[in-house]
Write a protein that binds this ligand. Structure first.
Ligand code: RIB
Length: 283
């Protein structure tokens, strides 16, 4: 079993299912509201655990009811939460999400306690893999990546300035098309794999500018794409660290990401390994 450490965000997602996403300045009414545990770090932690890894999460939440709600599925799923710090003065992160019938979404995050994570107080310790994303301060990621000895995956989402040492150190960098365009030539500093996702069209894996693998996901009926990128990131990391070939690992990750779009909500939709294997067999 692969040991994974995730350092990242925990949010409570407030999701409005709308008939269509609003334009700037427009009000769209008639939505129905649901609450789901979310946050890119928490989603990636639970995704890796459901895919068969043994996962530890380092994160920061507020001392409030939203924290219990946000951590509930991680706790039920067996993720080790001993590294989740409770901040006395800040609120748990909240994500305001609108989801259209096509599964497309818009997300606004109020980071709260996530933004208070402090690089000096984090001791990554040992694991086979470290997964991190950018909903927490970039300085935390830089220090963790520098001191960690195993496989490092940096999911550069949401796009923001990051120390070049993270790109140089990461064995795997994951971006979607928007993030890839935002980082542009900066990504030439990456020495490991760069996985770029293209939504329902699949993903590609490159190293040093050379195409290593391409995969398309199995056809599914997508109802909510929230958490699909997090699932892809966790699945690709777990599969590569398990020793699967880049082609196999990318195929597995695309199938896992597709499976995550077939149910509503970030964490309720995260697939188990068996669900992904069944989807791959039918593909
Ligand atoms: O990647 C999806 C996640 O982004 C949501 O769960 C939301 O919390 C935002 O952080």
């Amino acid at each position: 079993m692969v040991d994974v450490l995730v350092i990242g965000s925990v949010n409570l997602d407030l999701c409005a299912s709308v008939s269509r996403l609003p334009e700037a300045g427009e009000t769209v009414t008639g939505a129905s509201l649901s609450r789901f545990p979310g946050g890119k770090g928490a989603n990636q932690a639970l995704a890796a655990q459901r895919l068969g890894a043994n996962v530890r999460l380092i994160a920061c939440v507020g001392d409030d009811a939203a924290a219990e709600e946000a951590l509930a599925l991680l706790r039920d799923g067996g993720v080790d939460l001993a590294g989740v710090h409770v901040h006395a003065d800040l609120a748990t992160g909240i994500a305001l999400i609108s989801v259209a019938p096509s599964g497309e979404n818009q997300i606004v995050v109020a980071p709260g306690a996530n933004a208070a994570m402090d690089s000096e107080s984090i001791e990554p310790g040992g694991a086979d893999a470290l997964i991190c994303q950018l909903e927490i301060p970039a300085s935390v990621i830089a220090r963790a990546a520098e001191s960690f000895e195993g496989f490092v995956c940096a999911n550069l989402a949401p796009a923001k300035e990051i120390d070049v040492t993270v790109l140089q150190r990461a064995d795997l960098v994951v971006v979607n098309e928007t993030e890839a365009a935002w980082y542009g030539d900066t990504l030439v500093a990456c020495s490991g794999f760069i996985a770029t996702t293209h939504g329902a069209r699949g993903a590609e894996l490159r190293q040093g500018g050379e195409l290593i693998a391409e995969a398309t996901p199995p056809a599914v009926t997508a109802i909510d794409t929230v958490g699909a990128g997090d699932t892809f990131t966790a699945a690709l990391t777990v599969a590569l660290v398990e020793g699967r070939s880049p082609e196999e690992a990318l195929r597995f990750a695309c199938a896992a990401g597709a499976a995550a779009t077939t149910r509503a909500g970030a964490q309720p939709s995260l697939p188990t390994r068996d669900e992904v294997e069944v989807l791959l067999e039918r593909f």
